[in-house]
Design a protein around this ligand. Structure first.
Ligand code: A2P
Length: 284
């Protein structure tokens, strides 16, 4: 794909819009309904949500009120940690599509891997069982593509051993100062698309002086630079905003190109801030 392409092609040949509208931390109710409507009107065709965000009913309502055809949208959700396992994943999926007022998903992800710290003896089996449910839902035509989120190589390898379907994406935290090069390189080698959650470091990277200087040079915002940097690394950014101007702004990244030198400068930034969550350490 070229840096200016507005789609990526997944390893199952499905197309996915190259920028998605993030909804993590978007408050449920009118805020979620309105921001989804603003996003769709601004041109987003890809909405990323999750059961645990607690806003799927409102996201679904915003989509409905936008009046656009379901078929013209790409909708992603994720099975939450307390629903892992075969039967409960199947049930969680039905609740999610009912809340979203749709009868299928474009992409469904395992939100976090079961980890060894929480499940010393069973974590691999739990992940394999959850994946089997995802495969079944896909085979039944209820999900177009299936994938992972927050998986590192040592979580992915066991999945690949028993999987009938390879994961199409891995959605991870990815932003300046937090590149996770190891898992990114690994996924690229397996043709698994990296989706970048919190491409703006949950807003924490926006005051960085280096990023500000680069943004000024291109007459763009730091948010633009972060989003473009994701695209030029062939990852799929999912910027979140509830502010109409920012929602629109975050799509305006196709009128400039970061130079190789500026990309290298951003790549070299030390940790600036982010979620601080590690898949092997979380206890939720
Ligand atoms: P808000 O939702 O109040 O507009 P991330 O996507 O990395 O999680 O970052 C989301 C945070 O960044 C939110 O606090 C959001 O604020 C803020 N944000 C999103 N887009 C922009 C932008 N273009 N300029 C400044 N802040 C932004």
């Amino acid at each position: 794909m070229s840096n200016n392409s507005s789609i990526y092609v997944l390893n199952n040949q499905s197309e996915i819009p190259a920028i998605g509208f993030g909804t993590w931390q978007t408050p449920d109710g009118e805020t979620a309904i309105n921001s989804v409507k603003v996003a769709i009107k601004a041109g987003y065709t890809h909405i990323d949500t999750a059961a645990v965000y607690g806003n799927e009913v409102s996201v679904g309502q915003g989509i409905k009120e936008s009046g656009v055809d379901r078929a013209s949208l790409f909708i992603t959700s994720k099975v939450w940690n307390n629903e892992r396992g075969y039967e409960s994943t199947l049930a969680a999926f039905e609740k999610t599509i009912s809340d979203l007022q749709t009868d299928y998903l474009d992409l469904y992800l395992i939100h976090w891997p079961a980890n060894e710290k929480q499940f010393p003896d069973t974590w691999q089996q739990i992940n394999a069982d959850t994946w089997r449910a995802m495969e079944e839902l896909q085979a039944a035509g209820k999900i177009k593509s299936i994938g992972l989120s927050n998986f590192l190589q040592h979580h992915i390898d066991p999945i690949l051993k028993t999987a009938k379907v390879a994961p199409a994406v891995n959605q991870i935290e990815f932003h300046p100062g937090f590149m996770q090069a190891e898992v990114v390189d690994y996924c690229k080698s397996k043709n698994i698309l990296i989706e970048a959650w919190s491409p703006l470091g949950t807003g924490k990277v926006l005051d960085n002086e280096t990023l500000k200087a680069i943004a000024t040079k291109y007459n763009k915002s730091v948010a633009h630079v972060c989003i473009k940097w994701c695209l030029q690394h062939e990852t799929l950014p999912l910027p979140k905003s509830i502010t109409p101007e920012r929602i629109k702004q975050n799509l305006e990244v196709y009128d400039f190109e970061l130079s190789a030198e500026d990309i290298a400068t951003i790549d070299a930034l030390p940790y600036i801030g982010g979620s601080g969550l590690h898949p092997d350490e979380v206890d939720f």
